[in-house]
Design a protein around this ligand. Structure first.
Ligand code: TXA
Ligand code: MG
Length: 324
């Protein structure tokens, strides 16, 4: 449904009645449920086939709303004032009096909160007047949706309504930063860059790849197309399609011919989807610079490389060998 005032009004009513609504944010489309309604939150896990224990992000219309759910401190306030509304998620100590359903946090003492800046998300959250839990609106382990049609194609009837706000602006998910005492820890690279975070609050820690428990639900294999990926490829082999960046003569699709990382982030998932349906043996991907939004792009590509299998994420096959 088009995200008109009437559509948003109807979507808000569905959410208050414990139904699921998909809606656009500036990062990717989210699958929303009333975060205070345990049954509604349970339906989100079912619809996505998401394993229990993978916590969800709570979305609110305002900073005050977010800090009524997660406990703020001076660093949180500073980041919120600088980056909200926007693509930053803060993991904070949970305020138990907020009445958030246990499944949202997987029973943890911490909660992830963010205030999105997409006008449709903002209007919807204002109209609902309750915190909305919303993971990306994709089946577990697959590419996040950047268009309403992706959600309709992949989640189907479990979703009461999909608000269509057009393609999303940023194209990959929010940055997740843990602020629970001690140094801030980057749990997921995303729409706000580490460089921007550090300019605001000083040094940010990045847990090693061997610390998976730190970011529950951040699987090493994730964001996966079905076709295997071959990263850092300078050109394609004959039976490959090629995702280029910058000058890339043999490219089937180019994330950004001018080498613009924002454009590349916006195009990443939609181009991976397109190339995934090409039926090639492998998707070769050009090297992407590892700074600014390039960090988040490379993070998603590495997870997709590990996750790509014809049978869905997690079986760990690698069919796409680097040429020796
Ligand atoms: O851009 C986004 O963040 C999108 C839009 C819809 O807002 N949402 C999104 O949600 O990407 P999801 O569920 O796909 O990813 C949420 C991630 C989890 O994988 C987990 O790593 C982290 O947020 N997270 C949530 N709650 C947490 C907690 N209490 N402690 C640590 N990490 C948490
Ligand atoms: Mg997700």
């Amino acid at each position: 449904m088009r995200a008109t005032a009437a559509g948003i009004h109807q979507a808000a009513a569905h959410l208050r009645n414990g139904r699921l609504v998909a809606f656009p944010t500036e990062t990717v489309y989210g699958l929303g449920a009333d975060a205070t309604n345990a049954d509604a939150v349970g339906q989100v896990f079912q619809a996505k086939n998401r394993p229990a224990g993978h916590p969800l992000i709570i979305h609110t219309a305002t900073m005050a709303g977010a800090f009524a759910v997660g406990a703020d401190d001076p660093a949180a306030t500073r980041l919120a004032e600088r980056f909200w509304p926007g693509p930053l998620t803060l993991v904070l100590p949970l305020r138990s009096e907020a009445g958030i359903a246990d499944a949202v946090t997987g029973g943890r003492a911490t909660v992830a909160v963010r205030v999105p800046r997409h006008p449709v998300a903002a209007a919807l959250l204002r109209a609902v007047g309750r915190p909305v839990a919303a993971p990306s609106a994709n089946p577990h382990g697959r590419l996040s949706p950047t268009e309403a049609q992706h959600v309709r194609d992949e989640l189907g009837p479990a979703v009461e309504l999909v608000l269509d706000g057009g393609p999303t602006e940023i194209g990959l998910e929010s940055t997740v930063l843990e602020l629970v005492g001690g140094r801030p820890v980057l749990l997921r690279a995303g729409g706000v860059t580490v460089e921007e975070l550090e300019a605001a609050i000083g040094p940010v820690d990045e847990p090693g790849a061997d610390e998976p428990a730190r970011a529950p639900g951040m699987l090493r294999q994730h964001y996966a197309p079905r076709t295997p990926l071959r990263l850092d490829a300078d050109d394609p082999l004959p039976d490959e399609v090629y995702l280029g960046f910058g000058a890339a003569p043999g490219a089937t699709c180019n994330l950004s011919p001018t080498g613009d990382l924002e454009e590349a982030a916006r195009n990443l998932f939609v181009m991976l989807r397109r190339l995934d349906s090409a039926g090639a043996r492998c998707i070769a991907v050009a090297p992407i610079p590892d700074h600014h939004l390039g960090r988040a792009i490379n993070d998603r590509l590495r997870r997709a490389e590990r996750g790509a299998t014809p049978d869905g994420p997690g079986s760990g096959q690698t069919v796409c060998e680097r040429p020796s």
